[in-house]
Design a binder for this molecule. Structure first.
Ligand code: HEM
Length: 443
């Protein structure tokens, strides 16, 4: 028996050794190929950075950052410190380049040469729908954006100021009976309510297309009088396009504004000298306006310091920290070669904290905006053809909220925790910024 087994065993062992040797040789070959490729890459002036592990790149490190209370931006911050202003990484099987110079931001966001297109990760495209302007091709985007812009005209905005103010007043009244209020929750509730009003309006209008209404949905349903057509010579939006884009507005506008308001309250709490100037401006305004009336667009234009507080909060918070684009052709950025198909992300947060653009960038100082800002140094709402559509609506909401909060309550943040919410799409406070409030009594 033993004599029969031994040769088999020997044969098995040598097969096994050959297999191991083969595998080792294959691994060595792959390693040499990888190193050779990396050397070639560094020679050909591509942005510095690490490709990470074969196949998965630096995906694990990116996921770890999303799952940490420092927030997903930390992934970018660490690499920027290591590799400089323009670096590359590999996440989810794709090459990502991050840039943070204002000249690069200008070239990419203006996109005069047609080198770039907007690019969101697949899950966002699936969330908002394929007819959303976030995912649309250039010509299609032009059509949808031109139709949606009507919602943000100055007429619509004037109406919106009153509507939103009514909501905030009503909502703040309910704070009286609470000991602690979580600003983020309240801000999200306010946005949700305004969006549900819009949705209700839309469904009612759909049932009653006979009568003409001078409003956003009517404009979306009707032919465009400005003559903006897509590639198929069509100027109206389909039902699917209308639905996807209403959802887009809700998603693009809800968390962003709520997070920005929350950060603003935190910064004000931490900077009493700023709060003092702001409070004076708001109380001056209350003396001018009737206590019974709701705010108007003109009132908001009469808040110069408050507007700077809003702007400074947006700069410091960088709620949307980077803007993704896709390179459509091989090109060059900051002296580095960028290949067609690479993702190029404009690192707005780094621009906002660049000491060459902003003196003492980590100091909350709204007065810095008294001087003219350098071009492309303020990117909270993006720039160029894809600038935030809701820019004025967002600023309006922040100002209305500020006015009502300051003139209705004395308040104090009770949890100074600066940790970031894990897995959040935008940079927002984990604590939600809880405050205690005491009503201000007017004689
Ligand atoms: C403080 C609040 C907000 C911030 C910080 C913000 C920020 C931004 C940024 C940075 C972009 C451009 C991203 C890029 O270029 O890739 C953007 C796009 C957009 N935002 Fe906002 N946003 C805010 C509020 C809103 C609101 C209230 C709405 C609408 C109700 C809205 C609707 C949109 C839409 C539709 C786009 C896409 C525009 C396009 O691709 O043509 N945003 N937003």
């Amino acid at each position: 028996m033993a004599t029969l087994l031994l040769p088999n065993l020997e044969f098995g062992l040598s097969c096994y050794a050959l297999l191991v040797l083969g595998a080792l040789l294959f691994l060595m070959y792959q390693l040499v190929k990888m190193l050779k490729y990396q050397n070639q890459e560094s020679r050909s002036d591509i942005p510095p950075g690490s490709r990470g592990l074969p196949f998965i790149g630096e995906t694990l490190q990116f996921m770890a950052a999303i799952n940490s209370s420092k927030g997903f931006y930390d992934f970018v911050r660490i690499r920027r410190l290591r590799y400089g202003n323009c670096f590359r990484t590999n996440i989810f099987g794709e090459t990502h380049v991050f840039v943070s110079r204002t000249e690069s931001a200008k070239a990419i966001l203006n996109n005069d040469s047609g080198m770039f297109t907007k690019r969101y990760i697949k899950s966002i495209a699936e969330l908002v729908g394929h007819q959303s302007l976030l995912c649309a091709s250039q010509q299609h985007h032009k059509l949808i954006r031109s139709r949606l812009s009507n919602l943000f005209s100055s007429n619509s905005l004037s109406l919106f100021v009153k509507q939103f103010d009514e909501l905030v007043v009503e909502n703040l009244r309910s704070w009286e009976h609470k000991t602690t209020v979580v600003v983020l929750d309240e801000a999200l509730k306010a946005r949700k309510r305004i969006m549900s009003i819009i949705e209700k309006e839309i469904s009612e209008r759909r049932r009653d297309l006979g009568g003409y209404h001078e409003d956003f949905l009517e404009r979306l349903l009707l032919e465009d009088d400005k003559g903006c057509y897509d590639a198929t010579n069509r100027s109206t939006l389909s039902d699917a396009e209308i639905q996807d884009n209403i959802l887009t507005m809700i998603i693009a506008g809800q968390d962003t504004t709520a997070s920005a308001i929350t950060w603003m309250v935190k910064y004000l709490d931490e900077n009493p000298e700023v709060f003092h100037i702001l409070r004076n401006e708001q109380f001056q305004l209350i003396r001018k306006t009737s206590s019974e009336s709701f705010l108007t667009l003109e009132d908001l234009n009469d808040m110069p310091y408050s507007s700077k507080v809003v702007k400074e909060s947006l700069r410091m918070a960088s709620v949307v920290p980077w803007f993704p684009r896709l390179a459509l052709h091989n090109c060059e950025i900051e002296g580095f070669k960028i290949k067609k198909g690479w993702n190029v992300n404009i690192d707005a947060r780094e621009v906002h904290l660049d000491a060459t653009l902003y003196k003492d960038p980590n100091k909350f100082n709204p007065s810095r905006f008294e001087d003219e800002s350098k071009p492309y140094s303020f990117l909270a709402f993006g720039m160029g053809g894809r600038t935030c559509l809701g820019i004025n609506m967002a600023k309006t909401m922040m100002l209305v909220f500020l006015h009502r909060l300051i003139t209705t309550y004395r308040w104090k943040v009770i949890d100074p925790d600066s940790r970031i919410e894990k897995w959040a799409m935008f940079s927002r406070l984990k604590s939600g910024c809880p405050v205690i409030v005491t009503p201000i009594t007017y004689a």
